[in-house]
Ligand binder design. Sequence first.
Ligand SMILES: O=P(O)(O)O[C@H]1O[C@H](CO)[C@@H](O)[C@H]1O
Ligand SMILES: O=c1cc[nH]c(=O)[nH]1
Length: 310
Amino acid sequence: MAPILLNCMGNERNEYIKYVKNPNLETMEEDILYHLSLSTKTHNLPEMFGDIKFVCVGGSANRMKAFAQFIHKELELSGNPEEITDICEGTDRYCMYKVGPVLSISHGMGVPSISIMLHELIKLLHHAQCQDVVLFRLGTSGGVGLAPGTVVVTEKAVDYSFQPQFEQVVLGKVITRSTELDEEVASELLQCSSELQNIPTVIGNTMCTHDFYEGQGRLDGALCSFSHEDKLEYLRKAYDAGVRNIEMESTVFAAMCRVCGLKAAVVCVTLLNRFEGDQIKSPHDVLVEYQQRPQILVSHFIKKRLGYVV
Ligand SMILES: O=P(O)(O)O[C@H]1O[C@H](CO)[C@@H](O)[C@H]1O
Ligand SMILES: O=c1cc[nH]c(=O)[nH]1
């Protein structure tokens, strides 16, 4: 017989939801999701979030608010999309908007920032007893041999040595986790891109770095310890290993979702071709339009899954 558990508001539920992999959580009276400004005691998480089916994350708070407003219109939901409220307004670390079955959350820049958000988000999905959730990272990136504005659906999220792995230091020891993403979701996204106009999309490997400048082989940081030739050689090696774009969160995103049994995809637009330069020179309106491309693609995916389009 399945064990009887109490959910976060004290009601019975009779099956384990396996999104978290931490037995300590079961013994805690209250779980405070500090950086999201939510808690199992002060919020009815199943009521607030139990119907979530899609979670979209991205670095910038403005982008994730714009995405929430966009998906609100696309799903033709009632209410004014301009009036959606930030669920995490009690903190300025992250923003979070819920639009029907879609949650849109910002994660800031880099692995430490997204990983804190993911710990609390995954616990939130667990406490809310969400089922069959798909996560997307909607980001920007530097292209490797691609025209600016190309959307890359990540096949493998790889580290600086082009390996599909994420290394985390735990109690002074390095733990290595696989960064495999969901193949079915990636191929469904590619199919979606073929049904849309003006969303040039490729599938390829995404390299995740811990820095935007030296870590991505840029010559224009405050520090630079290598030559133009060294940079091009590294980018050529990356290209030969299947890397088509570079960003700063994909490996930990893929690794944490995978361990927790959550289907996930990474969809990033390229802002420049790194073989041609380091500075992002496109005008603001062009960059805004580029950033909408992953949103349009993922919105199409969501609408297809929900039966809005066939
Ligand atoms: O556009 P976002 O989602 O922030 O992603 C990319 O942009 C930031 C660097 O400018 C890094 O966080 C990188 O991963
Ligand atoms: O070159 C780029 C552009 C956006 N984000 C990155 O991490 N790198």
